[in-house]
Design a protein around this ligand. Structure first.
Ligand code: IMP
Ligand code: MG
Length: 173
């Protein structure tokens, strides 16, 4: 596998997260907002997006793993780390790095809905087009990208490349 150029640059990410952060600031003003990032991939988006939200937000983290092949989701999700806090009557915004089939997020959303939050929103840096196997209502999308396998800015290939400051396509040599 090799890295093929830059798909979304560090500057483009920074600028788009600033725009989304401003939107979130308007939309959630006066509300009790809890940002929930899905580890590990979303840690970078969480850190940068949250700094553009001018509200006293709370943060929590969930870790999940999906069974199946390395570059594909099976839809069967296991919770490795649950939220530390209760979310009943709070406004939850799930922060994601990427939505591919949407199966992981669909599972997480249904899991959180049972806990009766005031609302559940979704913000994702990347949305792969044409691949959603379940309809997902996403309020904030950074970039729509083609259905290639990408790395960087939190996204890994076999655990590596999460630290790249930009998003790149990974392809067969
Ligand atoms: P989904 O369930 O198919 O929407 O994807 C679930 C997870 O697979 C994402 O949260 C990522 O962790 C991972 N993933 C999906 N596409 C990519 C990719 O292109 N690069 C790296 N990880 C990916
Ligand atoms: Mg993820």
């Amino acid at each position: 596998m090799r890295i093929n150029g830059t798909l979304v640059s560090a500057e483009e990410i920074e600028q788009r997260l600033a725009e989304i952060g401003a939107e979130i600031t308007e939309d959630y003003r006066g509300k009790d907002l809890l940002l929930v990032a899905v580890l590990k991939g979303a840690f970078m988006v969480m850190a940068d997006l949250s700094r553009h939200i001018a509200l006293p937000v709370d943060m929590d983290f969930m870790a999940v793993s999906s069974y199946g092949a390395a570059t594909q989701t099976s839809g069967v999700v296991r919770i490795l780390k649950d939220l530390d806090q209760e979310i009943a009557d709070r406004h939850v915004l799930i922060v994601e790095d990427i939505i591919d089939s949407g199966l992981t997020l669909d599972y997480i959303r249904r899991n959180l809905e049972v806990r009766k939050p005031a609302s559940i929103g979704i913000a994702t840096l990347l949305l792969k087009t044409g691949l959603q196997r379940v309809p997902i209502d996403v309020q904030y999308v950074g970039f729509e990208i083609p259905p290639d396998f990408v790395i960087g800015y939190g996204l890994d290939w076999e655990g590596k490349y999460r630290n790249l400051p930009y998003v790149a396509v990974m392809e067969e040599e």
